[in-house]
Design a protein around this ligand. Structure first.
Ligand SMILES: [Zn+2]
Length: 318
């Protein structure tokens, strides 16, 4: 890895910047505390629905700043909703998300619905952190309405952070499924990038996969690379992680050192894979043969760390 000329810390990975929110998990089971927090005049509420929330550029914004559209709790539509307590900021402001079947009508013409893939690039760390928390809870709630122990219905508890079975008493907690994502390099410091079967022509990225039961994450990295492209991997180094609630993953990012170079793609997940030197990749971006990766994913950052400078964005003049 050659990262001398490019400090990763300059640009935090999307969805991982410190959000300044204290989740106050110890208060989630205190109904009286939650009721008081909800009715406090400074409390702010936003609606989450289908992984989306309303975002807006405030009228006084001069820098393109985008915010979650939030209201005081007393203005929030509470019927038939699920209420998630997300935490408290440094100023003592408390935040809730309301899960609803649809987003509310737009109070402001400029407000619009957005999911995390878009909003994660636009919102402040505070708002992005609130949205990723709410979307992760919503996804988990939606998929865990029935008890996995006895099959009966579960009900929401702990301000969105537990589902409780009223038949057998089981308590179910939000799931976070570990997944590994890795930039593999060889002894010539070339990077291995692959194209998934369903991706458009020209889109290449890092390899990735789920950690299986009974596996360490290092074993998972080596197995996924061997299965997908037939390359063996030795040293595995952790880089960073990223919440990835699509619907419930935690992406664990690595660099991995290949100990073989011959590529044999599996044809099921990976359609094509290639070794790129930095010069190869720069030339492929310039010719349009490879599309610059762009978006919230840690994949782009892992590639960037190796590339040594920011990757071009779609539409950049190269
Ligand atoms: Zn049960």
């Amino acid at each position: 890895m050659s990262t001398d000329s490019y400090a990763a810390a300059d640009r935090p990975i999307a969805l991982t910047a410190p959000s300044g929110i204290d989740r106050e998990a110890h208060n989630r089971l205190d109904e009286a505390w939650l009721a008081a927090a909800w009715s406090h005049p400074t409390t702010r509420v936003f609606v989450v629905s289908g992984g989306q929330a309303l975002i807006d550029e405030p009228a006084d914004s001069t820098d393109g700043r985008t915010e979650l559209v939030m209201t005081p709790a007393f203005e929030a539509p509470v019927t038939e909703t699920h209420r998630y307590f997300l935490g408290t900021d440094e100023d003592g402001v408390r935040y809730f998300a309301l899960q609803k079947d649809s987003l509310p009508g737009r109070m402001d013409q400029s407000a619009r619905p957005a999911g995390l893939r878009e909003a994660g690039l636009l919102l402040s760390p505070r708002d992005a952190g609130l949205l990723v928390h709410a979307v992760a809870l919503e996804n988990w709630q939606r998929l865990h309405r029935f008890c996995s122990r006895c099959g009966e219905r579960t009900v929401i508890a702990a301000a969105g952070h537990i589902r409780r079975c009223q038949a057998c008493g089981a308590e179910h907690y939000p799931r976070t499924d570990p997944a590994v994502i890795m930039l593999v390099t060889d002894d010539e410091d070339r990077a291995l990038l692959g194209r998934q079967v369903h991706w458009p022509e020209g889109r290449f990225s890092t390899l990735a996969g789920f950690v299986e039961p009974g596996e360490s994450i290092e074993q998972s990295v080596r197995r996924e690379v061997r299965e997908e492209v037939g390359v063996t991997v030795g040293d595995v180094q952790y880089v960073a992680s990223q919440p990835w609630p699509f619907p419930s993953s935690l992406m664990l990012g690595f660099t991995a050192q290949a100990t073989s170079s011959e590529i044999t793609v599996d044809g099921e997940e990976i359609h094509e894979a290639r070794w790129f030197s930095r010069e190869d990749l720069r030339a492929a971006f310039e010719s349009g043969e490879v599309l610059p990766p762009y978006g919230i994913s840690i994949a782009a950052r892992l590639i960037e760390l190796w590339y040594g400078k920011p990757l071009p964005r779609p539409g950049d003049v190269l």
